[in-house]
Write a protein that binds this ligand. Structure first.
Ligand code: ZN
Length: 242
């Protein structure tokens, strides 16, 4: 790909403003830290958008200039308008990449893109350690990542995760309470879709060097600067038919 990757990091931006303990972890919001990690990488220009902006900051014009959209949401999924959610889905069908972070598994764009029944999963929250195992060694999202890496504190996610089978299973997470979880999953929905499990708001997950590397790799993998054009219509035969 030539040129700069235009990334947009969307966040509901609620917990960081309401809860001091969370604000102290992410004073510029989760979106601010994710964008900062992306902007630190050569060839990526990341901007941000939040729920409270007009049209949630996701106007037609903004999405038309976005190659990959990162999404973090947790408690306010239902406040995302159906119109904007559908606009995001349509743009992904046109080729835009979509990276669903952590609890974005229950967001409107993610569940609509994947056609999940609920998008739900097993979870509990004690801030246990997690170990993410690299499964797909050939996948570009794992570039620079070792066999596995640990996060000292994360929310526990476990199977069953109500998703269609991923086209690539990139990471699987282990938790000391016994659960395992498909923590890095890829699909194609016109554009490329990636789900990445870590990122509970009370923990400094998005400052972790391995996590930041995955975010950058995901931006590079999912971004697509050109729109997909389809011809699905009555057409003339390509060969002469006797
Ligand atoms: Zn969480």
């Amino acid at each position: 790909m030539s040129g700069v990757i235009r990334a947009l990091v969307w966040n509901e931006y609620y917990a960081e403003r309401k809860v001091e303990a969370i604000r102290s972890v992410y004073p510029d919001g989760i979106h601010g830290q994710v964008a900062s990690a992306l902007n630190a990488a050569p060839g990526i220009l990341a901007k941000t958008a939040t729920l409270d902006e007009p049209e949630h900051g996701l106007t037609e014009e903004v999405l038309a200039q976005t190659d990959v959209l990162f999404w973090w949401g947790h408690s306010l999924h239902s406040l995302v308008s159906d119109e904007v959610a559908e606009r995001v889905v349509e743009r992904v069908r046109d080729g835009m990449g979509f990276v669903a972070l952590h609890s974005a598994h229950a967001s409107k764009p993610f569940s609509r893109l994947l056609g999940t029944r609920t998008g739900k999963l097993r979870w509990h929250e004690e801030g246990l350690k997690t170990r993410l195992w690299k499964i797909d060694y050939s996948h570009p999202i794992t570039e620079g990542i070792g066999d596995c890496f640990e996060l000292e504190h994360e929310e526990t996610y476990g199977e069953h995760f109500d998703i269609p089978a991923p086209e690539s299973l990139v990471f699987v997470s282990w938790f000391p309470s016994g659960e395992v979880f498909r923590s890095g999953c890829c699909w194609t929905r016109g554009g490329r879709v990636f789900f990445f499990q870590p990122g509970h708001e009370t923990f400094p997950t998005y400052y972790d060097e391995n996590v930041k590397r995955v975010l950058v790799n995901a931006a590079r993998w999912a971004a697509r600067p050109d729109r997909i054009t389809y011809i699905c219509d009555e057409t003339k035969p390509l060969e002469k038919i006797d």
